[in-house]
Design a protein around this ligand. Structure first.
Ligand code: PEP
Length: 246
């Protein structure tokens, strides 16, 4: 069984005052049986990595550029994230795909850049409401999985997060049947492509996960954790989700 992962994505939220949440989260989970990760905005990475020292909380970036350095104003490279104390980076979040026009090729290149910097890539994918309602969810996810996860993915360097776009930040959660169908399809595709590495790769669900629905979601086969937005900002909200995974 892969070690479970509770990952928080703070998106464009948080200032230095938020660092106290890390100390609190670490204090609540001193020796967790799951991995705990918080991905703050880039401005908070270094101070948060310092605040997390000696705790059980890992720190990650929310995005990286595919290049190691260069003329890319406003971007951050995977090596910079690593130097700031990150161990993971999210790539291909639907907000990046929508706001910045990122496609599967960009996401794949970013995941490879993450590996070169020694980071674990959390590759996000998921269908829109229109795609689900027209019966294309499984096709879309299969296409994104094939295009966004690079050759060379292993259980150690890659995590895949299924995040239906219509469930992110909306309060609408995919049901256990919908999640189970997609996660089983992803597991089958990854195992076919990567063998045992694909069978062991961690698969997260993301989309309006909170304390009240976490246990039901984590009971779905092939759900190895969650990528959590809104409910990760406060230790008091995120901690019960971590506990539900333990
Ligand atoms: C996310 O940002 O990846 C996410 C799933 O957000 P939320 O939990 O707020 O829906």
């Amino acid at each position: 069984m892969p070690r479970k992962l509770a990952a928080g994505n703070w998106k464009m939220n948080g200032t230095l005052e938020g660092l106290s949440e890390i100390a609190e989260l670490g204090g609540l989970h001193r020796a967790p049986s799951v991995d705990i990760l918080i991905c703050p905005p880039a401005t908070l990475l270094s101070p948060m990595a310092r605040a997390a020292q000696g705790t059980s909380v890992w720190i990650g970036g929310q995005d990286c550029h595919a290049a190691a350095s260069g003329a890319h104003t406003g971007d951050v490279s995977a090596g910079m994230l690593s130097a700031a104390g990150a161990a993971y980076v999210i790539v291909g979040h639907s907000e990046r795909r929508t706001d910045h026009g990122e496609d599967d090729g960009n996401v794949r290149a970013k995941a490879e850049a993450a590996w070169r910097a020694g980071l674990v890539a959390i590759v996000c994918l998921g269908e829109t409401l229109e795609e689900r309602e027209s019966g294309r969810a499984l096709d879309v996810v299969a296409r994104q999985l094939a295009g966004s996860v690079p050759d060379g993915a292993t259980a150690a360097n890659t995590v895949v997060a299924y995040e239906p776009v219509w469930a992110i930040g909306t309060g609408k959660v995919a049901g256990p049947t919908e999640i189970g169908e997609v996660h089983a399809a992803m597991r089958a595709a990854l195992t076919q492509r990567f063998g045992d590495e694909g069978a062991q790769m961690r698969l997260l669900y993301g989309g309006s996960v909170k304390a009240s629905n976490a246990a039901e979601i984590f009971a779905v086969p092939h759900v190895d954790g969650a990528l959590v937005g809104g409910a990760s900002l406060k230790a008091s909200d995120f901690s019960p989700i971590v506990t539900a995974l333990e």
